[in-house]
Design a binder for this molecule. Structure first.
Ligand SMILES: Cc1cc2nc3c(=O)[nH]c(=O)nc-3n(C[C@H](O)[C@H](O)[C@H](O)COP(=O)(O)OP(=O)(O)OC[C@H]3O[C@@H](n4cnc5c(N)ncnc54)[C@H](O)[C@@H]3O)c2cc1C
Length: 783
């Protein structure tokens, strides 16, 4: 047995790319007392058999910034550590077989340019110039990313480990962590095969073991393993070390050069889950048996795309397990369940590409005490207990692996593992023609009408959503918003806690409702909530459907020791039915509410409206009574697509889209909800004091523009005087305006006054078409 030290400030468990990257970046930030424990030897889990493709394009600006950093790191690490990383900037060619894929590529290219990535849309012939073995007669075109590349995963990990060691990190191999100690909901140490070690921070980088490892401390890390394949061929004439990576997503396959031959792998549409009875403790440098039946569809597609493969000898069919998450994004951040317990895992076959950037972000999170930037898509707090079930995870993994290369349609919903969480109105709404989407596990009506036919153009639910919008503006719409997050904050010090975390003043009369930002220390949004004061020491918080886990963790973390305050997630106990529109009051006046039901005058879409909070057991009866009462007032069932378009035209921002840790209330145009002069020092105030207000380098604007044949779906570049300055964070068709309405941040090189920003000419680039847009800071509705 190894003898080992008795304490370390930070313990990292797992010596794959994720663990060593976190270690390296912690050391770079000056943390010396860092101990990395690996049960086998470095890379022995999944990292050693990765193919090593490293691309930089991600679906949004902040994630792309992360992967761009990774590439920079891989390109320069050897010079720093003296150990090669195998990094080769060979570029990548992504080919499109279908016209729809080609449109998606045009959108991606526009977005990439807006993010500052070099990208070219090229013809099939130009693709063949870069990749001579490519069959091109059925291609529409290709995307060329000259800065993408490939690395050797083992060398890269060893090089990062060397860099970490050189800066003082201790790496111990052959020691397994067997238990995690938690004291007062905070990490206090671990037990290992070499004895106990105390620590104040723990980082779970255990790859496909991360779920079981997390469970030891009650931490939910929702991931599941699946078998994942590639072949390695003998040498093929014309294949050289700088041959670009090539992806053919319509065939679900990728290719890269290795030792003069090709590595060809892919993401089959229906994956094969693995590890149903748990991941074996000892699985070092191990692989799974070949499965040619599972691989055959990929092989067929590959021979079609690269006919030379037919005659090439196959050296290996490699089958290695990798972990996948329910939404295809990795899992990063401080666990909501245990303080100072951090996770970087579930890399969905992109751990090499994302490892560098993710390690840096997590190290900054650990050292800085809060997420260093907008990490909404990967934040561990986007999941909740709903995502913990093994069967559910397994079912979802079959689908989520395939999503990597499958054609993704705008607003496409995942289908597996549903329904999971349903409102008491679910069956009634279904009977009335609701088409559901899912958020945080909840089934939510998106619209009432025809079954979706996915398209890049005008969707087949368009007319239904327009009719719903009209009902809300002219009569009354009823919405099931049961998925809203709901928290109860109670205790003698409840007000003190809320005043500290909220930027608005919460010390209001009992019964009153306040909208407030919760800010981080940089003055950026951690969340936005409405707070109803129920009693002197009791508050009912309503937050977005995706926010209760993060908000609960944030509140608990900011309670000071000794304070009498209890925060509880009571989402599942309350249904929310909203009546929105000019006739809402008349409908409500016709019914009497149960004693426990609370009616709050509120409307997220502007105009008159009521939110009814009813215990779940009363909700269905309430809905039936509303329907009876509403019949003569033009009541219409409405869904979230109408809600989203309506809130956009009314200028309401949404957390996760417009609002994020990266923007301040001033930049988001929500300065009115900040009480700078309230008597309590709230988190973020100091930063806001220093933050510019009149002249800003980044500002949220609202754009209106004509609808185009290829619809705008979000992410479209905003062009200012012809140059990209940001992207639309949300967009929808406004029936009231007869136009598209979108929001997005305009970034400038220098701070400017709002008049200067608005004086420019704006266009929105929708699938390659530049559409003139009107920019405003004010909501376009009511006109
Ligand atoms: C076939 C295949 C091809 C791939 N191709 C690519 C690619 O081209 N590009 C790309 O970016 N990614 C690719 N990947 C994905 C990539 O390999 C993974 O995402 C990445 O290696 C995950 O790294 P990790 O550090 O999270 O996990 P791992 O490398 O598995 O590291 C986790 C470590 O934790 C250790 N551990 C677990 N439990 C304990 C414990 N209790 N105590 C101590 N140690 C413990 C394990 O031994 C293991 O070494 C591919 C994966 C596969 C399977």
């Amino acid at each position: 047995m190894n003898s080992i030290r008795k304490s370390a400030e930070i313990i990292i468990v797992g010596g794959g790319i994720a663990g060593v990257s976190v270690a390296y970046h912690l050391a770079k930030l000056g943390r010396k007392d860092v101990l990395l424990l690996e049960q086998g030897s470095l890379t022995c889990g999944t990292t050693w058999h990765a193919a090593g493709l490293v691309g930089q394009m991600r679906p949004n600006r902040s994630m792309t910034r992360m992967s761009q950093y990774g590439i920079q790191l891989y390109a320069t690490l050897e010079a720093e550590t003296g150990l090669a990383t195998g990094w080769k900037q060979c570029g990548s060619v992504n080919v499109a077989r279908t016209p729809e894929r080609w449109i998606v590529y045009q959108r991606q290219a526009a977005m990439a340019r807006s993010f500052g990535i070099e990208v070219h849309l090229i013809t099939p012939r130009a693709a063949a110039d870069k990749w001579p073995l490519l069959r091109t007669d059925d291609l529409q075109g290709a995307l060329w990313f000259p800065q993408d590349g490939k690395a050797n995963p083992t060398d890269l990990t060893q090089s990062l480990a060397k860099g970490a060691r050189d800066l003082g990190v201790k790496i111990v191999q052959g020691v397994r962590v067997t238990g995690v100690s938690v004291l007062n909901e905070c990490i206090s140490g671990v037990t290992t095969t070499a004895g106990p070690i105390s620590c104040s921070v723990l980082v779970n980088c255990t790859g496909q073991w991360a779920r079981a490892f997390g469970a030891m401390a009650g931490v939910n890390v929702p991931l599941h393993s699946a078998e994942h394949f590639y072949i390695v061929t003998e040498r093929i004439a014309g294949v050289h070390p700088m041959l670009p990576v090539m992806r053919d997503p319509d065939g679900f396959i990728y290719f890269k050069e290795e030792v003069g031959g090709l590595v060809m792998g892919g993401f089959e549409p229906r994956a094969k889950p693995w590890g149903m009875d748990g991941i074996p403790e000892k699985f070092e440098f191990q692989l799974l048996p070949e499965d040619w039946d599972q691989f055959e569809p990929l092989m067929k597609n590959a021979i079609h795309r690269v006919p030379a493969l037919e005659k090439a000898g196959v050296k290996t069919l490699l089958n290695g397990p990798e972990s996948f998450t329910p939404d295809g994004n990795f899992i990063l951040g401080e666990a909501p369940e245990v303080r100072n317990y951090f996770v970087a895992a579930g890399f969905n076959s992109a751990g090499i590409a994302n490892g560098g950037g993710a390690g840096k972000l997590l190290a900054e999170w650990i050292v800085g005490g809060e997420a260093p930037m907008d990490l909404f898509e990967v934040d561990i707090r986007r999941f909740g207990p709903y995502a913990a079930g093994t069967d559910w995870l397994r079912e979802r993994t079959v689908e989520s692996l395939g999503l990597h290369y499958a054609m993704r349609w705008p607003r496409q919903e995942l289908e597996s593992g549903r329904p999971l969480r349903t409102s008491p109105l679910y069956e009634r709404l279904r009977a009335r023609g609701a088409r559901f989407g899912s958020k945080m596990g909840w089934e939510r009506p998106n619209w009432f009408g025809p079954e979706v036919k996915y398209t890049l153009g005008r969707p087949n639910w368009f007319d239904s959503v327009v009719a719903e919008q009209r009902a809300v503006r002219n009569a009354v719409g009823v919405f099931d918003q049961t998925s809203f997050g709901k928290l109860l904050v109670r205790g003698r010090d409840a007000l003190a806690l809320l005043e500290r975390v909220c930027a608005n003043s919460i010390d209001v009369a009992v019964g009153q409702v306040v909208y407030s930002a919760m800010l981080n220390r940089k003055g950026g949004f951690e969340s936005d909530i409405t707070v109803q004061r129920l009693a002197a020491d009791e508050f009912f918080l309503v937050t977005g459907s995706a926010q209760p886990v993060r908000d609960l963790a944030w509140l608990r973390r900011h309670a000071v020791q000794g304070e009498d305050v209890h925060v509880k997630d009571i989402t599942d106990r309350w249904s929310v039915i909203s009546l929105l529109g000019p006739n809402a009051g008349a409908v409500l006046a016709k019914i009497s509410l149960e004693e426990k039901t609370r009616a709050l005058p509120a409307s997220y879409v502007g105009g008159p409206g009521w939110e009814l909070y009813a215990p779940v057991e009363d909700a269905a009866a309430l809905y039936d009574r509303l329907w009876q009462a509403g019949r003569d007032h033009g009541l219409v069932d409405c869904g979230y697509y109408a809600l989203d378009a309506l809130r956009l035209e009314a200028g309401r921002r949404a957390f996760g889209a417009e609002l994020s840790p990266d923007c301040t209330p001033f930049e988001a145009g929500l300065g009115f909800a900040v009480k700078m002069d309230k008597p309590v020092e709230f988190i973020g105030r100091e930063a806001l004091r220093r933050a510019p207000r009149g002249e800003l380098a980044k500002r949220l604007l609202i754009f209106t523009f004509p609808a185009t044949e290829l619809f705008a779906w979000g992410g479209e570049p905003i062009l200012r005087e012809g140059a990209p300055v940001g992207e639309l964070t949300s967009v929808g068709y406004s029936a009231a305006l007869g136009q598209m309405v979108g929001m997005g941040f305009v970034h400038g090189a220098n701070p400017e006054r709002v008049e200067q920003v608005l004086a420019s000419r704006y266009e929105i680039e929708v699938s390659g078409v530049k559409v003139a847009a009107r920019a405003s800071v004010k909501a376009p509705w009511p006109k």
